[in-house]
Ligand binder design. Structure first.
Ligand code: 0L1
Ligand code: MG
Length: 264
């Protein structure tokens, strides 16, 4: 095995260990030094490790899809992470804080793929392959101490992906209007954020061409049945014990119960 490959695998193992033990990585310098290509390769390595223990991929997520977050991070690119089966919380189900480091939650729009995607298709191809849309919640949990990351380190850390819930699917109408739907996030029985789907690149459907390009460039596959989390419609807020709900006008809601005590 080449030295660089060995080093990459060792770094992926550190991220995997931080996720499974709940002990954050204090010194993330090695992850910050990665190029974007190396960071995506590390993310794929991390996902292969999960798949080897039966936690296979079930979709993808996009991050930095709001202009506000791009500006905050000083980046002009969306990032892509992988969703795996153990991250899925059943709609109406519960999750324990015990499994996280310093979790935050955000309201999202989810798309579902009705067919395997031809990555060589044109930008509209992916839009044609979407067969469902739903309100969603995403729990993000950086594996770095203090939630501190750079573009490369957060991509290596699977874009902080940690858990997600999806509400009832509705048929996706590609000409339907997902733009400017009111979004409300309740956490711990308090309304924590209100916003609009317009925060997601002006319209959540606009993330799809970005995803197709990122899939081509960075080696993602997009398969029938996959969930696509399009990005957050409001800022993320700390996850606390109690109830959490995302409600999207005209789309419905998804809710989960949060139990236990955070380790963070
Ligand atoms: O889902 C997201 O928008 C998160 C992207 C990664 C940055 C973060 O952890 O806040
Ligand atoms: Mg998100």
């Amino acid at each position: 095995m080449r030295d660089s490959e060995h080093h990459g695998r060792a770094l992926a193992a550190r991220l995997d260990e931080a996720q499974s033990t709940g002990i954050p990585i204090e010194d993330s310098t090695d992850f910050e030094r990665l190029s974007l290509d190396e960071a995506y390769r590390m993310q794929h390595c991390l996902i292969r490790r999960r798949a080897e223990r039966g936690d296979g991929p079930v979709g993808v997520k996009l991050g930095f899809t709001s202009k506000a977050k791009m500006l905050q991070m000083g980046v002009d690119t969306v990032i892509v992470g992988s969703l795996t089966s153990s991250m899925l919380i059943e709609d109406g189900g519960s999750v324990s804080l015990d499994g996280f480091i310093h979790p935050r939650i955000e309201p999202e729009i989810a798309f579902r793929l009705g067919a395997d995607v031809d990555l060589d298709g044109d930008d509209a191809a992916l839009l044609n392959d979407i067969d469902g849309v739903a309100p969603a919640l995403e729990i993000i949990d950086s594996r770095y101490a203090g939630f501190a990351f750079t573009l490369s380190s957060v991509v290596a850390d699977n874009t902080s992906a940690s858990a997600f819930a999806v509400g009832p699917w509705q048929r996706f109408n590609r000409d339907g209007d997902l733009e400017n739907r009111a979004v409300r996030l309740v956490v711990g029985d308090t309304v924590r954020a209100v916003g609009s789907t317009a925060a997601i690149l002006g319209n959540p459907s606009r993330v799809l061409p970005f995803l197709l390009r990122a899939a081509r460039t960075h080696g993602f596959t997009l398969n029938a049945g996959d969930v696509i989390l399009a990005g957050a419609a409001t800022a993320a807020t700390p996850l606390v014990e109690g109830f959490a709900e995302a409600r999207v006008a005209g789309l419905g809601r998804t809710a989960i119960t949060v139990e236990g005590v955070s380790r963070g």
